[in-house]
Write a protein that binds this ligand. Structure first.
Ligand code: NAD
Ligand code: ZN
Ligand code: ZN
Length: 236
């Protein structure tokens, strides 16, 4: 089934309009009462969604002004997905703003500290400098790409291979990097990691992004899930 991307269609797909609005609840998008009109009534116009309309997200059941949700969606990258601002549940397929590039995978015979019983998967990300698109913070301006190619490592065991497959999904959905300001260098308009941690050191741990780290695979699986990338996405 085709995912709608027309803003009003997306909002109506995932929010069920309530007959009567909950009296005592606030909308956490605009902070107004759900029983009064959307705080975005002046800035966000719609011919089919009334300022008083309140909708409930179909799965997590959190409620918001439908117009507030429309404003939130229109302010994002408009990929047909919605994320609940309250509990972060993702509706549809979240995509990011990662610039174009290449993801390369190979295996190495050496093992990683803490994973002596197997070899290593090496991922190499290639991204070059370019011009920001409409999805980026400063469209039309250049972005830099520092420290590429970036090398990352996973243990070549069952869980590591599963993480690899999910990272491939995240790469296709443009979720691994974004364009923004680097926490490490302070540089803006540059390509930076985006919420999914990678191990960039193989046999040292100078940056804190190396091995051993017994929790790493579980942590990165949780970070992938927070972006909507789970085992359900495999084999699709
Ligand atoms: P950032 O500093 O804005 O941080 C974003 C996320 O990436 C954070 O979660 C952070 O914990 C994580 N992160 C920071 N350093 C990391 C590292 N070395 N390995 C794995 N994850 C790391 O993001 P950024 O600017 O994309 O990342 C900074 C890192 O990128 C640097 O430490 C370096 O490894 C690399 N880099 C290299 C150069 C270079 O010229 N060689 C330049 C810039 C960045
Ligand atoms: Zn609201
Ligand atoms: Zn929710």
């Amino acid at each position: 089934t085709a995912t709608p991307t027309e803003p009003e269609a997306v909002v109506k797909k995932y929010l069920e309009e309530l007959k009567s609005s909950p009296a005592d609840e606030d909308c956490i998008i605009c902070m107004e009462k759900l029983s009064s009109p959307s705080g975005y009534s002046d800035t966000c116009e719609s011919s089919t969604i009334r300022p008083e309309a309140v909708g409930r997200l179909t799965s997590c059941q959190h409620s918001f002004h439908m117009l507030c949700m429309l404003a939130m969606y229109s302010n994002g990258n408009k990929d047909g997905s919605l994320q609940c601002p309250s509990c972060k549940t993702i509706y549809g397929e979240k995509t990011g703003t990662q610039p174009k590039g290449r993801m390369e995978v190979s295996t190495l015979p050496q093992s990683l500290p803490g994973h002596k019983d197997c070899g290593t998967i090496q991922i190499v990300y290639h991204i070059s400098r370019g011009i920001q698109g409409p999805e980026h913070p400063n469209p039309g301006m250049p972005y830099t790409a520092r420290g590429f190619p970036r090398y990352c490592y996973l243990p070549d065991n069952e869980k590591g291979r599963k993480v690899l497959e999910l990272l491939k999904v995240a790469w296709r959905r443009r979720l691994i990097f974004t364009v923004g300001t680097s926490n490490t260098t302070g540089e803006s308009n540059t390509v930076v990691w985006n919420e999914i941690h990678h191990k960039t050191e193989m046999d040292s741990n100078l940056s804190g992004h190396g091995y051993p780290d017994p929790n790493y695979l579980d942590n990165v699986l949780a970070e992938l899930a927070a972006q909507g990338v789970t085992e359900d996405c495999l084999g699709q």
